[in-house]
Design a protein around this ligand. Structure first.
Ligand SMILES: Nc1nc2c(ncn2[C@@H]2O[C@H](COP(=O)(O)OP(=O)(O)O)[C@@H](O)[C@H]2O)c(=O)[nH]1
Ligand SMILES: [Mg+2]
Length: 113
């Protein structure tokens, strides 16, 4: 079952749903938005504010919101939550953050023992 079918089944009788993509800068939000709407993802520039795309299937419309992740914008994320049907949370993992996670896990284990 695809994402649109899943949301359609959750929103029985309704014609529209809203999906939010949230995450820090460079976590891949716009890439997801453009991939969902089958657009080229090879040349992306940083999102100022937000991007919205609508995808329609039969008579059902999915509005996908990609909200900018800059620190000064994050305080406004809460205003986008009205009537949201789904949320995609993107997480940026690079080698450094992975190392920090592994070290943290190891440290907790040492402290507990
Ligand atoms: N390695 C890797 N790079 C990705 C992935 N998704 C996006 N990117 C790259 O990360 C950069 C930032 O992506 P973008 O969608 O603009 O992030 P946004 O700031 O969250 O909108 C771009 O150069 C993308 O090509 C992924 O899953 N893996
Ligand atoms: Mg973006």
């Amino acid at each position: 079952m695809g994402l649109l079918d899943l949301l359609k089944s959750m929103k029985k009788g309704e014609q529209e749903a809203k999906l939010l993509i949230l995450g820090l800068d460079n976590a891949g939000k716009t890439t997801i938005l453009k991939s969902i709407s089958q657009e080229d993802v090879s040349n992306l520039s940083p999102t100022q504010g937000f991007n919205v795309k609508s995808i329609s299937q039969d008579s059902f419309k999915l509005n996908v919101w990609d909200i900018g992740g800059q620190e000064e914008i994050r305080q406004y994320w809460k205003y986008y939550f009205e009537k949201v049907s789904g949320l995609v949370r993107t997480i940026l993992i690079n080698r450094f953050s992975l190392l920090i996670l592994v070290m943290k896990k190891g440290l907790v284990k040492i402290i507990r023992n």
